[in-house]
Design a protein around this ligand. Sequence first.
Ligand SMILES: Cc1ncc(COP(=O)(O)O)c(C=O)c1O
Length: 381
Amino acid sequence: MIYLDNAATTWPKPEAVYVAIDSAMREHGANPRRGAYRMSVEAERLANGTRRAIAKFFNAPAPERVIFTLNGTDALNIALHGLIKPNDRVVTGPFEHNAVTRPLQARGAGAQVAAARPAGALGIDLDHFRSLCRERLDYVVISHVSNVTGCVAPVKEIAAITHERGGVLILDAAQSAGTLEIDMQDLGVDVLAAPGHKGLYGPMGTGVLVLAAALPVRPFRQGGTGFKPESLEQPAEYPWRLEAGTLNLPGIAGLAAGLRFVQSTGVSEIAKHGSQLAQILSARLRKIDGIAVFGDPAPRTGVVSFRLAETGAALTGTILDASFGIAVSTGLHGAPAAHRAIGTFPEGTVRASFGQFNTAADVEALLAALQHINAAPNPAA
Ligand SMILES: Cc1ncc(COP(=O)(O)O)c(C=O)c1O
């Protein structure tokens, strides 16, 4: 099977990730919350070592404000439900995932959506964004990289505008953590939410919420932390404030190994590899009659969305899988807003997304398969 759905979750994982998960379960299988015995202390050390590694990776000022979460969605929910109040003024981008739009809707926050740039809808219209920020501003919530088009948001400019207006910037780094350099302090990111299982190469069931400042995030989950157990209140201190219950230690061990893989490979190398494959695919697809490509003509990340004129997105995906053994994502990819912005709603697109283990041969195989489908669009005929 040729796996081209790395924007959903990277697969396969580096060998060291499987080994780390296995050994965490066999050798550090105790509860990491303040046990008095060595195996528990070792487990806690592993969790806190990973916290420090994550903080360093994103240049976040305080490891204790790295919160382990279930995935990117969970990290966003903790931040959005924990910070935003119903009458707060929130500005978001045009390409947001449901992991942003649904919690905002549920909070009852009147989110103003910045427009996409008209020409080809290749990015956020910064002038419009700036004009939305002229009024009172509490939060800006923005995805760093669109999971539909692969377009990269100008985070530094967005952060500067947000801070000028006294707002807090919450970055959905689901598609950028591990695939683009992120220095939270340099970019001006106040809150970062990222899955562990995509570009950080950890297992599913992992994610992180990273707070640059000691923001008073209200916990919506209460319970045991091993810290101040005598109190009826959830501790105010981080990370315990936002981490209740037993941690996913095997997942955290896998995430630590995934992060080591990313660091030893180099984020710039990973970015180069993904964007090179995406650029080859995008350029070649644009030359084929009957195929429309959406997004940046020179993708900076490994995501390419396209559609065949004669074959629906879902059917294209089914044929790619059944007849060619190629796994891609089809439809709205959980981001209907992005499809509305680029004019592909409601059908969505076919999305190929590359990871570090894909090769140029995978791109050739996809191109050959698509040419075949494009030439004979109706398999039943
Ligand atoms: C832009 C974006 N935000 C958030 C998410 C949610 O991440 P997770 O699947 O880890 O919950 C995704 C997942 O595809 C995404 O692409």
